[in-house]
Design a protein around this ligand. Sequence first.
Ligand code: HSE
Length: 295
Amino acid sequence: MLTVRAPATSANLGSGFDVFGVALGTPADVIRVERAPETRITVTGAGSQYIPEDPDQNTVGAVADALDAPAHIKIDKGIRPSSGLGSSAASAAGAAVALNALYDRGLSREELVPIAAKGEAIVSGEAHADNVAPSILGGFTIVTDDGVTQVDTSISVVACLPETTVSTRDARGVVPGSASLDDVVTTVGNASTLTVGMTRDDPDLVGRGMNDSIVTPQRTALIDGYDRVHEAALEAGATGVTVSGAGPGVLAVCHDRDQNAIAGAMIDAFDSVDIESRAYQTHVSEGARLYPDRS
Ligand code: HSE
């Protein structure tokens, strides 16, 4: 039996739609695998009642198929599905790392990214690697058709998760089919600023580079209370605030000293529209961690 802790992630970061992602220190899924003649999946934990255990319908089943690694896979969900915190991606990433080790496949972490992304296609209809990449590699990741670039950073963040849900399919349905040149130019500038901020561990630069006028405004409309939460987090000291992944989670980047105040302000703002929420005060952190076989 091998165990992997696979972290939640936040994709897009505003200006990096379908490109940027970060690994979060918490929450995380825990995946345990043991060899079996056929793949069998059991799911416990946050939102497990909504996750199919049929290997043909679970992100993890596709990963086991791709690695030709049948196993009994136990998923303990710390990350609620449809949260915008890369729930399905963490399970897929954790399974990829675990099964690669269990069957001595010898693939590098980078090589596991497209394999874990196959699992994402089951949930969203398209294979996105912007959540699985940071969950496997840790830090800040940039995913393009040419591969993944990774930067270690430990920027301070607050991820606030309302009790509401937004499906990735619905959130993709509101993405515009085209953008004006002005918006593209602004977004390239912001994304570049954000990237430099990550390399310098500078929350002010990262926050300044998070603005996006192409996709994010369409998605905030799907999240009740978003505008209040956004404003409250900025007033409490956040350097940047945006939708986490496809939502409804909201990500604030900040200095360590402001984490508590921002978490409280975001929870109070959701509360003001009668929505319960919880806030993870954390940092951009390491990728999936493999624990040795104790059996
Ligand atoms: N980049 C993706 C999106 C992440 O925002 O739709 C969720 O799969």
